[in-house]
Design a binder for this molecule. Structure first.
Ligand SMILES: *Cc1c(COP(=O)(O)O)cnc(C)c1O
Length: 347
């Protein structure tokens, strides 16, 4: 009989319902494909790319371009197949057997999985009932577990809520653990903790192209950190891990990111419109979001999901998840898609 590595028996394969919803509001993606001018430029880049050649060994040009935008060096940047890959690699590099990884809960469900894959002890710290974070409680848990890594998601998925920048800085200033701030939804929020990198060597910030920049298909994200941190994580990332098509696509999109400003602003206006429209409904609570999705608590979550799916609208049902009872996560779509949601909810 085959015997997998010990510890894997506690992991379930990642599974999300793979349904081809006509209206996909279940994965926090950009509701539309790339702006046409950007897509044309990407196609042009790909047409002249030599498919027979390996990519640049360490994605140097994309690292240089991204680093320069933050006033950092290429050596401060790591590129991955989605920020997922760099976050996982970070857990491998700074976790390991006998170590602990602390993160608030509920948050991104992958954090606990990365910790287990790295053979580390996952230490979820419950958020307050209103989904705000008690920073002292988190710090106490990190201290007690002698955590090597603290993972913070800001704004937080799936609650949509933010940790104020002062709170992030307070955590960083009061721990020696490596503090990772996952800013997957930064573009919908505007604030960042990147400046903490200047003063604190134990900070890393993760960003992705999958959400605001509409590149979920390409799988690309990055991590900004001190050179010692990026070098260490670099040891566990495979050479050539990000393919040349993705690198060229990401470089083009990064260079043209101003083309996305209008749609990001529209998404945020739509989010505020949906928050206002849904908050007024009986039995419904909408949490304040600074992302491209809303966490909605309903005393008839099952009925709500059923009314939405009857109209071909897919959402993420968390209503049976610990800490998220009766909650669904609703992506913000195009104005027409959002109108369809309101129509379904009010039916
Ligand atoms: C979507 C998401 C990511 C990253 O996704 P990638 O596609 O792997 O870049 C990371 N963290 C959070 C919280 C997310 O919601």
């Amino acid at each position: 009989m085959l015997t997998p590595r010990s510890g894997l028996e506690t992991l379930k394969p990642y599974s999300v319902e793979e349904i081809n919803w006509p209206v996909r509001l279940d994965a926090n993606e950009r509701p539309l494909d790339l702006p046409p001018a950007v897509k044309a430029k990407v196609a042009e880049r790909l047409a002249s790319l030599p498919f027979n050649r390996y990519p640049e060994i360490s994605a140097q040009s994309l690292k240089t371009t991204i680093g320069a935008d933050f006033g950092l060096k290429a050596a401060n940047v790591l590129i991955g197949n989605g920020s997922s890959e760099v976050l996982e690699a970070l857990c491998y590099a700074f976790g390991g057997a006998g170590r602990s990884i602390v993160y608030p809960s509920p948050s991104f469900s992958m954090y606990g999985i990365y910790a287990k894959l790295a053979d580390s002890q996952p230490v979820p710290v419950e958020l307050n009932r209103d989904y705000t974070l008690d920073a002292d409680k988190l710090l106490a848990a990190a201290k007690q577990a002698a955590a090597s890594v603290i993972l913070l998601c800001n704004p937080n998925n799936p609650t949509g809520m933010i940790m104020p920048p002062e709170q992030v800085e307070y955590i960083v200033a009061n721990t020696g653990s490596l503090v990772v701030i996952d800013e997957a939804y930064h573009e919908f929020y505007g604030q960042t903790s990147v400046h903490l990198l200047q003063k604190h060597p134990h900070v890393a910030v993760a960003r992705t192209f999958s959400k605001a920049y509409g590149l979920a298909a390409a799988r690309v994200g990055y991590l900004l950190a001190n050179e010692e941190v990026t070098q260490t994580i670099g040891k566990v990332l495979l050479p050539y891990s990000v393919n040349a098509l993705t690198l060229a696509t990401a470089e083009t999109v990064f260079g043209m990111r101003r083309e996305f400003a209008g749609s990001i602003a529209e998404n945020s206006r739509e989010r505020d419109r949906m928050t206002a429209a849904l908050s007024g409904l009986p039995g419904m609570t909408v949490y304040p979001s600074q992302t491209n999705f809303l966490l909605v608590k309903s005393n008839d979550a099952a009925g709500l999901v059923a009314r939405l799916s009857a109209r071909g609208i897919g959402v993420r049902d968390f209503s049976k998840s610990p800490g998220l009872i009766n909650c669904i996560r609703l992506g913000i779509g195009t104005p027409a898609e959002n109108d369809a949601v309101l129509e379904a909810v009010n039916s």
